[in-house]
Write a protein that binds this ligand. Structure first.
Ligand code: ZN
Length: 132
């Protein structure tokens, strides 16, 4: 997806703020370009997984659609592993076909790394992030 530096920074800041726990949230998009970032609460409050409240997620998606946007991506962070989808992520992504899966890798000794993926039928393909 295309995303502005400000929105990307907001996602990275959220990941840093919630570390060592994983963070999570959603990105609204229009025509492949991110329009807004909504931080969500990781109900699991865990360094190993995240859980988004389904009802608030559906509420956010309704608001995006009212505004003429779509759910462009679900984001979360990995604080102890590479920013690559885990099996848990692949299973969750199966519920959201066509939605990008953006992962922020946070590690102590390196700058945060952001990657995005499309996960289709269990097949993981990296999706380019174009910072505008
Ligand atoms: Zn993950």
């Amino acid at each position: 997806m295309r995303i502005t530096r400000d929105l990307l920074d907001a996602i990275v800041e959220h990941a840093v703020r919630d570390a060592p726990n994983e963070c999570c949230g959603v990105i609204a998009a229009r025509d492949g370009a991110a329009t807004a970032v909504h931080a969500a609460e990781n109900l699991a409050a865990s360094p190993f997984r995240f859980e988004i409240d389904g009802l608030s997620l559906m509420g956010l998606i309704d608001r995006f659609e009212e505004a003429g946007d779509d759910l462009g991506a679900i984001y979360h962070s990995h604080t102890r592993s590479e920013p690559f989808p885990s099996q848990t992520d692949v299973n969750f992504a199966a519920l959201w076909p066509g939605v990008e899966w953006l992962i922020v890798g946070i590690s102590k000794n390196a700058e945060p790394v952001v990657r995005s993926y499309l996960i289709d039928d269990g097949v993981i393909a990296e999706a380019p992030i174009e910072v505008t």
